[in-house]
Each structure stands twice: as structure tokens, then as C-alpha cells.
Design a protein around this ligand. Structure first.
Ligand SMILES: Nc1ncnc2c1ncn2[C@@H]1O[C@H](COP(=O)(O)OP(=O)(O)OP(=O)(O)O)[C@@H](O)[C@H]1O
Ligand SMILES: [Mg+2]
Length: 391
């Protein structure tokens, strides 16, 4: 699935807020742009037009939008479902008509139709799949999983793939891959206005697997709270140049990671089978739901899974109310040897963990593929009752 770009046309802040939330809470990732900002180069896929205040003069505006974006889905929101108004809106170029406030399931159905139409539109621009890796806690293995998935994606798909290191203050993606970047993510977000194919080629470093790397910041306080909008724009621009975008988002929720979560086709929450990880994962899943990002896009990954499990995988699933999508074994020797040599596991030969990265990535490329069974745990050290009493 590919990310859509949405535009809300309304004078009312509350409308923009509510519709923005509605757009972002569905199963199709949508990046919402501001009609008041510069957007000459940003083609829109869905435009929500508020005609509640003045329906009759809004028709000319809808016609202009239709002329400017012939393939966009135009959604009109009115105060009443007056048949004449519906007819006028459709004649002006609207695809969907809603009475305020729109019912969520009906609205999401219209978004799905728009996404499906765009995918089948001839000449539709190339779009990316964005995979965001987020740690349930620091040190859970987020960078290890993101980097190895990025390398495998580039190797297996042979398509343009980039990994973006979003962690503020000395991200480690480039180090894990043994490359020395000249530029970082900050050079990208501070020069968005000139971020075309040529400039991007200067900013990224290419790994021998084919994976391109937009290295992490070299400043401790950036990207920071004020960079969220620029990160959203950066991901939108990258989506025009790459087929796969892998994001190492670290383990802190801030405006930049939220921007990445909104752009994600899939968000992978990396946890370890221990109490702090599971408790944090539960809180993060709640937070993701509160932010309005769709739970359908979240996948839980269990890293450093080794028997005897401090908490068995089935109990973790029960505690999270979410299935475990994939498990990676614990193998410190192999992982740290790869890390210290800067050669990712995918390129270092045979090991169980390398095989798991391979099968995980094949599932990303073919989501309908078969999932490996979860191991049936022997007796865990913590019972479910104990787990429940911890939080
Ligand atoms: N499956 C694994 N088995 C054993 N050790 C692992 C595994 N995955 C990661 N590690 C080790 O755990 C440590 C932390 O890994 P990594 O840097 O990927 O975590 P992180 O979540 O990105 O950390 P940070 O929060 O600092 O960004 C590293 O030393 C790494 O070698
Ligand atoms: Mg990391």
C-alpha cells in the first residue's frame, strides 16, 4: 500500500483537527498537508472541502480543485444532505459527499476507494512502502532489526530502498553498516526546498547491498520538537524516489517519530521478552491508538527471544492484546560481531538469526506469505497472574 497525500480546505481549526484525525486513523497511511503552506510541488490524492459555511460559493472552489488535481478524490462535507447540493457538488467535480460529522466507517470506505482508484490509475506516480521500526525500550534491538531488514529488502527486491536514521543525537545506522556519511538527515530537513533527485544523491551513502542510507543526526538536540513537520515532508519527498523506506525511529515518542508513524504502511514495535519491554510496549500501543494512528498497521516483533523465556510469547500476546508478528533469536556473539565489523548479518553467511531476517523480510515483500509458528513455550518464569499484577 502506498501513502496518500491529503489536503483539508477549511477556515475552521476544529474541522481541520477532527478531519485530520479521521484521515490518520484509517488503515491507509495519509500525510496531511496544510492548505496555507507552500505546496506547489505536492500533488494531492484526497482533498476534503468544508462547504458548511457557504455551500453555493464553494462550488467554484471545487471546480478549481478538480481542474488542478484531475485524479484526486474530492470529498465534500456539508451541513445537510440536500439532494440539490449533492448534485451540484458532483457536477463541480466531487467524488464523495458527507454530512457533518462524517461516520467513520463510511469515511474510511471512501478513503479505501480513493487509494484503490489511485493504484489503478494509469500513470500514477511511483509510491513507496514505508516501514517504521520503533523500540519498546532503548536497547531492544531496533537498529539491529531495521538495518538488517533494510539490507534484505534491497538485496531481495532489487528495488530502490533507503534507510533513514531518525534518532536524535548520533544515530547508529551508518555505523552498523560500516559506512562513513558526509551528510546527515539534518542536511535533508534543513534544505527541503532543494531536495530533488540530484541533491538527494549527494546526501545519501550507498551500501554494497544496494541499500541507501540517510544517516542520523550529529547533533544531540536534533531532530527535535520543531522538526516534526519537516520530517513528514522529507518522508513524502523520499516516497517519490524510493520503493521502500525503512525508518529507525529509536524508542522515544516525539513530533518526529509521530510524523514517521503517520507515514508508516507498517509500524514494527520491537520488544524483548522481559517485563519492562512488555509493559512499555503496552503503553506505546495505547499511545499509538490515542494518536489516531491505525492499530491495523502495527506489528509486534520479539527480539532476543530465547528459552527459557522470562515471559512466554503467548503470555506477551495476551498482555498486549496483539499478536507477535515475528521473533528473532538471541545471539549476542553473531549480532555483536556483525555490528563491530560493520557487515550486516544478511551478508555474513549462515546463522539462525540471519535466516530469521530473511524470512521476516520475505513476509514484508509478500504479506500474504505463511507466518512461522510461535514456539510453544516451556514453563515461563512468570505466570500470567504475576504479569497482570505488575501493571
Ligand atoms: N537478537 C539479538 N541477540 C543478541 N543481542 C542482540 C540482538 N539484537 C540486538 N542485540 C544487541 O543489543 C544491543 C542493542 O542493539 P541495538 O543498538 O540494535 O538496539 P537499539 O534498540 O537500537 O538501541 P538504542 O535504544 O540505543 O538505539 C547491541 O549490542 C546488539 O548487539
Ligand atoms: Mg538504535
Amino acid at each position: 500500500m502506498a501513502q496518500l497525500v491529503g489536503l483539508i480546505v477549511s477556515d475552521e481549526d476544529e474541522f481541520r483537527k477532527q478531519v485530520g484525525r479521521l484521515l490518520r486513523s484509517g488503515p491507509v497511511p495519509i500525510s496531511v498537508i496544510d492548505e496555507r503552506g507552500p505546496r506547489e510541488n505536492t500533488p494531492t490524492d484526497v482533498v476534503i472541502v468544508d462547504i458548511r459555511a457557504d455551500a453555493s460559493s464553494a462550488m467554484a472552489g471545487i471546480e478549481r480543485l478538480r481542474a488542478a488535481s484531475p485524479s484526486a478524490g474530492i470529498f465534500v462535507v456539508a451541513l445537510t444532505g440536500d439532494p440539490d447540493l449533492i448534485l451540484q457538488s458532483m457536477r463541480a467535480g466531487a467524488n464523495e459527499f458527507f454530512v457533518w460529522p462524517p461516520a467513520e466507517d463510511v469515511f474510511q470506505g471512501a478513503i479505501r476507494r480513493t487509494a484503490a482508484r489511485r493504484e489503478t490509475t494509469q500513470g500514477a506516480r511511483a509510491t513507496a512502502t514505508t516501514l517504521v521500526f520503533f523500540g519498546a525500550k532503548g536497547g531492544a534491538g531496533t537498529t539491529t532489526v531495521a538495518v538488517n531488514c533494510g539490507v534484505e529488502l534491497a538485496r531481495l527486491s532489487k528495488k530502490a530502498t533507503i534507510i533513514v536514521d531518525l534518532k536524535s543525537g548520533l544515530g547508529e545506522v551508518a555505523l552498523f553498516l560500516g559506512v562513513r556519511p558526509r551528510y546527515t538527515l539534518l542536511d535533508g530537513i534543513d534544505n527541503l526546498h532543494r531536495l530533488d533527485r540530484e541533491f538527494l544523491r549527494e546526501l545519501v551513502v550507498k551500501h554494497k547491498s544496494g541499500l541507501e542510507i540517510l544517516a542520523g543526526s550529529d547533533q544531540f538536540d536534533r531532530p527535535g520538537a520543531s522538526d516534526g513537520g519537516a520530517i513528514e515532508e522529507l518522508l513524502r519527498l523520499l516516497a517519490r524516489q524510493y520503493e521502500y523506506i525503512v525508518v529507525d525511529a529509536g524508542s522515544q515518542i516525539n513530533s518526529c517519530t509521530v510524523a514517521a508513524l503517520y507515514a508508516a504502511d507498517m509500524m514494527f514495535l520491537v520488544a524483548n521478552p522481559d517485563v519492562p519491554s512488555v509493559r512499555n510496549a503496552q503503553r506505546l500501543l495505547d499511545r499509538v491508538r490515542q494518536l489516531g494512528a491505525c492499530g491495523e498497521r502495527v506489528r509486534v516483533l520479539l527480539n532476543r527471544a530465547a528459552e527459557p523465556y522470562p515471559i512466554p510469547p503467548k503470555q506477551i500476546e495476551n498482555a498486549l492484546g496483539h499478536p507477535i508478528h515475528h521473533m528473532f533469536p538471541s545471539d549476542y556473539k553473531t549480532v555483536s560481531a556483525a555490528l563491530n565489523s560493520g557487515v550486516p548479518l544478511a551478508l555474513t553467511g549462515n546463522s539462525d538469526i540471519a535466516a530469521q531476517f530473511d524470512s521476516f523480510t520475505r513476509r514484508v515483500l509478500d504479506p500474504g506469505g505463511e507466518a512461522p509458528p510461535l514456539p510453544t513455550a516451556k514453563r515461563g518464569l512468570l505466570g500470567l497472574e504475576k504479569l497482570a499484577s505488575i501493571w
